[in-house]
Design a protein around this ligand. Structure first.
Ligand SMILES: Cc1ncc(COP(=O)(O)O)c(C=O)c1O
Length: 315
């Protein structure tokens, strides 16, 4: 059987069929090559899918708890030691944490009192839920804060807080595809991989556009690609900060090219603002998010310094 299963806590398992683990040890370099080569095509070549290479050498074994009191206390002591060791490891790794645009200066201690509750904001945050243990008042408060930051009126937007940047991209691009079911997705080569994953998930035709040395989308190349697909609407992922170079695509130029190339009223723009969507309004001379939002059919999602909260707003 080949399939997948996910549970309510977001554990996704892919069933790849009955396969024997490889007999001999595999070098890490070999695994890395194998894993990255699992999906799709690269440079026009079909990638090989190798089953049975799901090696994990450093995971903890999970044992079911027993009713026996003594064993339970042993297990609790063991668990405490595992957690303490893990904490020490985190402290150590954090000291040497270099790279990735995270803000490590946070203190969430005040929230620990909420840990015992099963808080779940099921569904649309703007619609009253029959599930009482929620935090929608905070969710909508955050959305309103972003709306004010981006100078949107209260009744001019809808949104929700996603669990990660990837979900923001998946949601934004899905809306584009719902509006233009036969649209072609355009994204610069340096866009986050979740953009291309969206294309695969929604079975969209996706055109990768080359970038300038800065990492920005190469607009002349973009226009050439647009003209090759003139008959079909355009769904464009515009980056407000790419993962590696922090490049900001020239949205004004992207819109100008779309209009000049005959796509007026036939395009949708999703802005991946995971990196700089929050910061742009505070940067002098940076383009105003509001201006760009009202010039296209947009969604914009932004992540609060790559912590746990992501916001996806549709105007
Ligand atoms: C530009 C950009 N978009 C989207 C994402 C996806 O965010 P997440 O890892 O939270 O799913 C990232 C993550 O690094 C990113 O850099």
């Amino acid at each position: 059987m080949v399939g997948s299963v996910v549970n309510d806590s977001g554990v996704l398992l892919q069933v790849i069929g009955k396969v024997k683990p490889p007999a001999e040890e595999i070098e890490p370099a070999e695994i890395a090559g194998t894993r990255s080569a699992q999906l799709g095509r690269e440079n026009g070549r079909k990638k090989e899918i190798l089953l049975g290479r799901n090696l994990h050498s450093s995971s903890f074994g999970i044992t079911e708890p027993e009713a026996d009191e003594e064993l339970t206390s042993d297990r609790e002591a063991y668990m405490a030691s595992v957690l303490a060791k893990y904490r020490r490891n985190l402290v150590e790794r954090t000291k040497h944490h270099l790279g990735y645009p995270y803000n490590l200066d946070f203190e969430y201690g005040a929230l620990s009192q909420l840990q015992p509750f099963s808080i779940n904001n099921l569904g649309d945050p703007f619609i009253e839920s029959n599930y009482g243990v929620h935090s929608r008042q905070f969710e909508v408060g955050v959305l309103d804060w972003f709306a004010r930051l981006w100078e949107l009126e209260k009744n001019e937007y809808w949104g929700y807080i996603t669990s990660c940047g990837t979900e923001g991209n998946l949601d934004g691009i899905l809306i584009g595809r719902e509006i233009f079911p036969d649209g072609v997705l355009y994204a610069s080569r340096e866009s986050h991989y979740s953009v291309f994953k969206a294309a695969r998930m929604y079975r969209m035709d996706c055109v990768k556009v080359e970038t300038l040395i800065s990492g920005e989308i190469d607009c002349s190349g973009f226009q050439v690609k647009l003209l090759e697909n003139k008959e079909r609407p355009a769904i464009v992922n515009v980056n407000i900060g790419t993962t590696v170079k922090g490049a900001v695509d020239d949205l004004d130029l992207v819109i100008k090219l779309l209009e000049e190339s005959g796509f007026e009223n036939r395009f949708y723009i999703h802005c991946d603002g995971a990196l700089f969507g929050l910061m742009m309004p505070f940067v002098k001379r940076a383009p105003k998010v509001t201006d760009l939002l009202f010039r296209s059919l947009p969604t914009l999602f932004c992540s609060r310094c790559k912590k746990t909260n992501h916001i996806s707003i549709n105007v």
